[in-house]
Design a binder for this molecule. Structure first.
Ligand code: ATP
Length: 262
């Protein structure tokens, strides 16, 4: 049965600075539902990327998860077991997400295999996902190693791998940075279609409140490692309760006004 809800509960992440523990993410709880996009927004450095990565035990070196769990339909899961299988990821810095000595074809076969897609279906699935992510000429690209590809190509490949995995949930951390505007729009349209038509549940980290307005159903606002407000997208724009939320909304509106006036 397709799962309907992924919950991160009480996530805590720390690092050590000058010999002392520093809390970077503090008691964060979020719920991602099937068929919905939950946008995670907040100022740079507030802990959005670490929330995505650490909840799946994929935190970068130097930081550690000190508290919290992840559950699917109320059942606690080992993060490493669900990463790539039930939760696909598009994380920041695509170059670090690929093994430098493996080709794109080798990377591409992993996700669907982990999901139990028969070998015969995997090649077709990755081709379709690559075309959806704006990568034509799949055969040529599948033979390449990461160092032979640009940042934008790697970003698209990471998106294609996430799509091909068939996982019911997706953590997408700024999935369209490094991409040109047309590809950005295509990718965001595709994510919207996958949530609406296939019931994908998306946790979307973004700085762009325009993207939030277009894509998100609900929004969680983060500040200094904590969630300060969660609400339906309309409420966040029309009735923001927390000063940080109001700041993000107002900054977006003034940018939008300046652009319209130009
Ligand atoms: N590997 C690391 N070691 C130590 N501190 C880190 C590490 N990665 C991130 N941090 C710190 O953790 C905090 C949260 O970082 P994080 O990358 O989650 O922020 P963010 O909200 O995603 O920012 P951005 O929007 O700029 O990507 C920041 O203060 C950052 O400096």
């Amino acid at each position: 049965m397709t799962p309907s809800c992924l919950a991160i509960r009480g996530l805590g992440v720390e690092t050590t600075r000058h010999g002392a523990a520093v809390r970077l993410v503090d008691d964060v709880s979020l719920e991602v539902r099937a068929g919905e996009t939950l946008a995670l927004v907040g100022a740079s450095g507030c802990g959005k990327s670490l929330t995505c990565a650490a909840s799946l035990d994929a935190a970068p070196p130097g930081v550690r998860r000190t508290a919290g769990s992840i559950a699917i339909d109320g059942v606690e899961q080992a993060p490493a077991d669900i990463r790539g299988r039930l939760v696909a990821t598009i994380l920041q810095n695509p170059r670090s997400a690929f093994n430098p000595v493996r080709t794109m074809r080798q990377h591409a076969m992993e996700g669907p295999a982990a999901r139990g897609v028969p070998a015969s279906g995997r090649a077709q699935r990755i081709r379709v996902a690559m075309a959806d992510a704006g990568l034509e000429d799949a055969d040529r690209i599948l033979a390449l190693h990461p160092f032979e590809m640009s940042g934008g190509m790697l970003q698209r490949m990471m998106i294609a791998l996430a799509l091909a995995s068939g996982a019911p949930f997706l953590f997408a951390d700024e999935p369209t940075t490094d991409l040109d505007l047309i590809v950005q729009r295509d990718i965001l349209d595709l994510l919207l279609r996958l949530t609406r038509e296939q019931g994908l549940g998306v946790l979307l980290v973004t700085h762009d409140m325009g993207v939030v307005a277009a894509l998100a159903d609900r929004v969680a606002v983060m500040d200094a490692g904590r969630i300060v407000e969660t609400g339906a997208v309309m409420d966040i724009f029309h009735r923001p309760a927390h000063p940080v939320t109001r700041g993000l909304r107002d900054a977006h509106l003034s940018l939008y006004r300046d652009r319209s006036a130009a």
